[in-house]
Design a protein around this ligand. Structure first.
Ligand SMILES: *[C@@H]1O[C@H](CO)[C@@H](O)[C@H](O)[C@H]1NC(C)=O
Ligand SMILES: *[C@@H]1O[C@H](CO)[C@@H](O)[C@H](O)[C@H]1NC(C)=O
Ligand SMILES: *[C@@H]1O[C@H](CO)[C@@H](O)[C@H](O)[C@H]1NC(C)=O
Ligand SMILES: *[C@@H]1O[C@H](CO)[C@@H](O)[C@H](O)[C@H]1NC(C)=O
Ligand SMILES: *[C@@H]1O[C@H](CO)[C@@H](O)[C@H](O)[C@H]1NC(C)=O
Ligand SMILES: *[C@@H]1O[C@H](CO)[C@@H](O)[C@H](O)[C@H]1NC(C)=O
Ligand SMILES: *[C@@H]1O[C@H](CO)[C@@H](O)[C@H](O)[C@H]1NC(C)=O
Ligand SMILES: *[C@@H]1O[C@H](CO)[C@@H](O)[C@H](O)[C@H]1NC(C)=O
Ligand SMILES: *[C@@H]1O[C@H](CO)[C@@H](O)[C@H](O)[C@H]1NC(C)=O
Ligand SMILES: *[C@@H]1O[C@H](CO)[C@@H](O)[C@H](O)[C@H]1NC(C)=O
Ligand SMILES: *[C@@H]1O[C@H](CO)[C@@H](O)[C@H](O)[C@H]1NC(C)=O
Ligand SMILES: *[C@@H]1O[C@H](CO)[C@@H](O)[C@H](O)[C@H]1NC(C)=O
Length: 524
């Protein structure tokens, strides 16, 4: 029932019931709320709600948007901004308090713990400070949203007495201490977010026993210990974010079927060991898998290709070794693949099969294979890759030979990083096709030949480094089009002639490196 129609509806009901006692009570209530004197505060339990709200208002030190402007006793509290009520046992009781994004400062009064009919409490996006209020008695509370405030202190055990809680969001505060082990008492919990706090200690095992859990975000805390095995048994879990903590241990070597799981993020922990070999079979609906910046090792399991819904796969900064599985080519929805900084291998005779297969991923927008142990030439099949490809990062490997000119088919490239390899040959066959390129890094290779004049067609370039190669000839004069250029590094080549005066028109330029060439003449 909405607050704006609440009182009138109640009046009608009371009249219908036609009970003398009710009428008397109602008259008293009218007196109480209509006139606003203090005499009737003991009349009925709903005066408890009135007082709890007034006390809450007292705790608010700043209300820049006048959200509480009509919170005074000349108006029934059920009509106050942000309040929802319901008629119960002939009394109006507060069932909802919603003051999200009102810019409120101050403390949340524990008087809210007296609103025993409260179902939804939403104070998201304010600047409330202090400890969490004592809400132990709120047996009907289903929703508690305190996201993005400035709360500190611990999460009191007593909160887990609110046994109807379905959605609990305390994220983006400065809460400390542990996740109460009694959290398992919240047996109806569906959504839990405690992310971006300062929580430490372990993830309670009991949390993994709440079968209703659908969304769990504990990211960006200081949680340690293992991920409880129970988590992998949660039959309804759809989203699990445990990234940016200090979790250790690993994943079970054989994952149970978790067909409910859509998103799994474990980035930036200390998780290790090998991945379960059936990972892709057990997660048939997974769309996002983020395991980067951990200590995972061994092969990337072939079964990953069976997670047919996968869109984003991030395994960067681990110790994965061996060949990259060709089964990646089965991931027809994949848009993002990051395998950088591992120990993945390929050479001229084997290991590049995956690369041909990736051409099947027609939605692929970018991949990084940088800083692995890939040897040999870049396969010609790069020309068969998705034309949607925007990011190609293969720096810091042992790539050799010439870059296949077929790369020029990737018209949408925004970033091409081939630096720190042993690539040779000229760039003139393909460079002019990348008219959307913003970052081009070819430094530390053995490229030869001249800088083609149509480099000036790359008008979006922000970063250009061809340093530490064997480029020869003159700097083409036509740089005026490169108006976005911020970094230009031509150092350590065999370039000669004069420095084009056009460089002076590159207004965004922050860094210019021309050293160790054979330039002459004046600096313009
Ligand atoms: C109570 O709030 C109403 C609505 O904002 C306002 O018109 C009225 O003057 C206020 N009464 C008192 C006593 O502050
Ligand atoms: C209001 O009360 C009615 C009847 O007691 C109940 O069915 C309904 O769920 C209540 N609504 C809320 C929001 O508490
Ligand atoms: C609180 O109100 C905002 C907008 O006024 C709404 O988006 C939000 O869903 C409400 N919160 C709850 C828990 O219903
Ligand atoms: C809760 O209500 C009781 C009266 O029923 C009152 O004595 C008590 O102070 C209230 N608690 C808080 C924290 O306001
Ligand atoms: C839990 O709530 C019940 C019902 O309101 C109450 O009797 C009990 O004291 C509460 N327990 C704690 C630990 O607050
Ligand atoms: C968060 O709390 C910690 C410890 O209580 C304190 O050192 C830190 O300054 C607080 N951070 C913010 C942003 O309030
Ligand atoms: C996993 O569970 C889903 C739904 O319960 C089922 O459709 C699927 O066949 C199961 N997959 C495996 C490999 O057991
Ligand atoms: C890629 O697609 C081709 C045909 O379109 C198919 O023959 C090949 O098996 C596919 N590769 C993978 C790894 O799915
Ligand atoms: C390629 O790698 C395989 C396995 O690591 C190795 O047996 C083979 O000798 C390598 N071939 C070349 C040409 O390096
Ligand atoms: C470069 O682009 C031009 C014009 O779109 C196209 O004709 C040419 O085939 C492209 N080069 C390569 C290697 O795809
Ligand atoms: C780089 O390639 C050249 C041939 O182009 C070869 O002579 C040289 O040994 C290679 N260097 C490394 C470090 O592989
Ligand atoms: C560079 O752009 C000019 C005109 O903008 C065009 O005529 C020329 O073909 C382009 N060069 C290359 C290599 O794409």
């Amino acid at each position: 029932m909405r607050r704006d129609s609440g009182s009138n509806m109640g009046l009608m009901r009371v009249k219908k019931s036609n009970e003398l006692a009710t009428l008397i009570l109602f008259a008293l209530l009218l007196l109480c709320y209509g006139v606003g004197n203090g005499r009737c505060t003991t009349v009925h339990e709903n005066s408890v709600d009135l007082h709890a709200l007034l006390k809450f208002k007292q705790g608010i030190t700043s209300d820049p948007n006048s959200a509480l402007s009509n919170w005074n006793t000349s108006i029934h509290f059920c009509r106050w901004n942000g309040i929802n009520c319901n008629m119960t046992k002939r009394a109006w009781r507060v069932t909802g308090l919603n003051l999200t994004s009102k810019g409120l400062s101050g403390q949340i009064s524990s008087s809210l713990g007296n609103l025993t009919f409260l179902r939804k409490l939403d104070l998201n996006h304010n600047s409330l400070i202090g400890p969490l209020p004592r809400l132990n008695n709120l047996q009907k509370l289903e929703v508690l949203y305190l996201h993005q405030n400035r709360l500190h202190g611990i999460i009191p055990d007593g909160l887990t007495n609110c046994s109807s809680l379905s959605y609990l969001d305390l994220s983006r505060n400065n809460l400390t201490g542990v996740i109460p082990p009694t959290i398992g008492n919240l047996s109806s919990l569906v959504g839990l977010s405690l992310s971006q706090n300062n929580l430490n200690g372990i993830i309670p095992q009991a949390l993994g026993k709440i079968a209703t859990l659908y969304f769990v975000d504990l990211s960006e805390n200081r949680l340690n210990g293992r991920i409880p095995d129970e988590f992998w048994q949660l039959q309804n879990i759809r989203v699990l974010y445990l990234n940016q903590n200090s979790l250790s241990g690993g994943l079970p070597q054989s994952l149970p079927n978790m067909s409910s799981l859509f998103q799994l993020a474990l980035t930036e922990n200390m998780l290790g060991n090998t991945l379960p070999s059936n990972i892709g079979d057990a997660l048939p609906n997974l769309q996002l898998l983020y395991l980067g910046a951990n200590m995972f090792e061994g092969n990337i399991p072939d079964s990953i290709g069976n997670a047919s819904q996968l869109q984003e796969l991030d395994l960067k900064l681990n110790h994965f070794s061996g060949h990259i599985p060709s089964s990646l080519g089965k991931l027809s929805r994949m848009s993002y693949l990051n395998l950088e900084q591992n120990k993945l291998e390929a050479n001229d005779t084997e290991g590049w099969e995956f690369f041909h297969a990736l051409a099947n991923c027609t939605l692929l927008g970018g991949f990084s294979l940088s800083r692995n142990q890939l040897q040999g030439v870049i396969p010609n099949s790069i020309g068969n890759f998705s034309e949607n490809l925007q990011y190609v990062l293969m720096a810091g490997n042992k790539l050799s030979g010439t870059v296949p000119p077929s790369i020029g088919k990737l018209h949408d490239l925004i970033q091409l990083s081939l630096d720190e390899n042993n690539l040779t040959g000229t760039i003139e066959d393909w460079i002019g096709n990348f008219t959307k390129l913003q970052r081009l890094n070819l430094q530390m290779n053995n490229f030869v030949g001249t800088i083609p004049p149509y480099i000036s067609n790359l008008t979006q370039l922000v970063f250009l480094s061809i340093a530490k190669n064997e480029f020869t000839g003159f700097i083409p004069p036509s740089w005026a089009g490169l108006q976005s250029l911020q970094t230009l590094n031509l150092g350590h080549n065999n370039l000669q002639g004069s420095i084009p005066t056009e460089f002076g028109n590159l207004k965004q330029l922050l860094q210019l490196e021309l050293s160790s060439n054979k330039f002459n003449g004046e600096i313009p």
